[in-house]
Design a protein around this ligand. Structure first.
Ligand SMILES: NC(=O)c1ccc[n+]([C@@H]2O[C@H](COP(=O)([O-])OP(=O)(O)OC[C@H]3O[C@@H](n4cnc5c(N)ncnc54)[C@H](OP(=O)(O)O)[C@@H]3O)[C@@H](O)[C@H]2O)c1
Length: 322
């Protein structure tokens, strides 16, 4: 497992981040413990969780299984509120559940209407000053909003958002416009969730066939919806991977890693068996031709403008030197 620079923090993390959203859900405690042990053995040192996963249950489970392993890990958690007092208090609650004195990264989970950036950034700065989080960041922020929050932080000399965690995969492509170019220019870390589209790019869902019984497809309606909408592309994608003797999920993650703006895919699993397959992904490198073929496979690039030279500018990774 390679290590990568985590944005402009000066810290390195493993090229894979382990997502824990299924811990305590489809992945029981004993299996979560096995997944964590296997991830550590495979060189993974970065894990992602959130206060809202299982309403705190995932962090509580992690608190038990992290024992004796904390020093080897870079740990991120999130808060899904915007009241500055709650931003401070939620981290205390997360730390109590995780049985830790600090996390490495504390993220705002979602932007909401009518946020007040200044007191929010002050609260984030407070948790950094108090040593409860080494770094702060956000998830699901448009580029302009992240720049707006960081301009406020810069004016006050406060801790800045160092990371944006976003959904990105061959089907969900909105961040190619401005979010990824911003990350390149400002050396922000980009961590990517939904790298294999909830399992749709893992080769287990076959368009037109019943959903596998033991899968998120049985409880997550997005899976049926996207299978209907992108079935042809999913079939093409699966065949493309198997023609190259690769698992489809490996190709999905390799596609993300080919993009220089991406710091780490957040690989979510519900079993150690899945993690074993996904760890192999990190030995797979795509040729430029294969990368381009996958990029065009779903016809899902954002097409918000008809023509002219402005649309490509919004995707240009190189308008700023260095
Ligand atoms: N910041 C945010 O707003 C946000 C939002 C969502 C997620 N996240 C983070 O991102 C992580 C990943 O998200 P995600 O779980 O939605 O992404 P995903 O990687 O697209 O989907 C993971 C699912 O794919 C299936 N899978 C994985 N490996 C497989 C394999 N080798 N073979 C067959 N199936 C496989 C499993 O589904 P089954 O359980 O059906 O087997 C697994 O639960 C989460 O754990 C969380 O940490 C963040």
């Amino acid at each position: 497992m390679d290590n990568v620079s985590f944005g402009n923090t000066g810290v390195s993390v493993s090229a894979m981040c382990l997502g824990t959203m299924m811990f305590g859900d489809r992945c029981d405690e004993a299996e979560s413990d096995r997944v964590l042990a296997q991830a550590l053995d495979g060189g993974v040192n970065f894990i992602d969780t959130a206060a809202m996963y299982g309403n705190g249950k995932t962090e509580t489970l992690l608190g038990r299984i992290l024992k004796g392993r904390r020093d080897r890990l870079f740990i991120a958690t999130k808060v899904n509120h915007h009241d500055p007092q709650v931003i401070r208090a939620s981290l205390d609650e997360s730390l109590a559940r995780l049985q830790l004195d600090h996390v490495d990264l504390y993220l705002l989970h979602w932007p909401k209407p009518a946020m007040q950036p200044e007191p929010m950034m002050e609260a984030l700065n407070d948790v950094v000053k108090a040593g409860k989080a080494r770094f702060v960041g956000c998830c699901n922020f448009p580029a302009w909003l992240l720049a707006h929050f960081n301009a406020i932080a810069a004016r006050h000399g406060w801790a800045r958002l160092v990371c944006n965690q976003i959904p990105y995969n061959p089907i969900e492509r909105g961040v190619e416009v401005e979010v990824l170019p911003q990350a390149r220019a400002e050396r922000l870390a980009i961590t990517v969730y939904r790298p294999i589209v909830l399992g749709l790019l893992a080769g287990k869902y076959i368009p037109g066939q019943p959903l596998p019984a033991d899968s998120r497809g049985t409880t997550d309606a997005r899976i049926t919806r996207w299978l209907d909408k992108y079935g042809e592309g999913i079939t093409r994608f699966t065949a493309f991977a198997r023609d190259r003797n690769l698992e489809p999920g490996q190709v999905a993650v390799a596609w993300l890693r080919h993009n220089p703006a991406i710091t780490c895919p957040i690989v979510g699993v519900s079993s150690a068996r899945q993690l074993a397959a996904n760890l192999k992904t990190f030995d797979v490198t795509l040729s430029d031709a294969d990368y381009a073929a996958i990029t065009g496979m779903f016809d899902t690039a954002v097409k918000e403008e008809a023509a002219g030279s402005y649309p490509p500018l919004r995707r240009d990774m190189t308008p700023v030197a260095g």
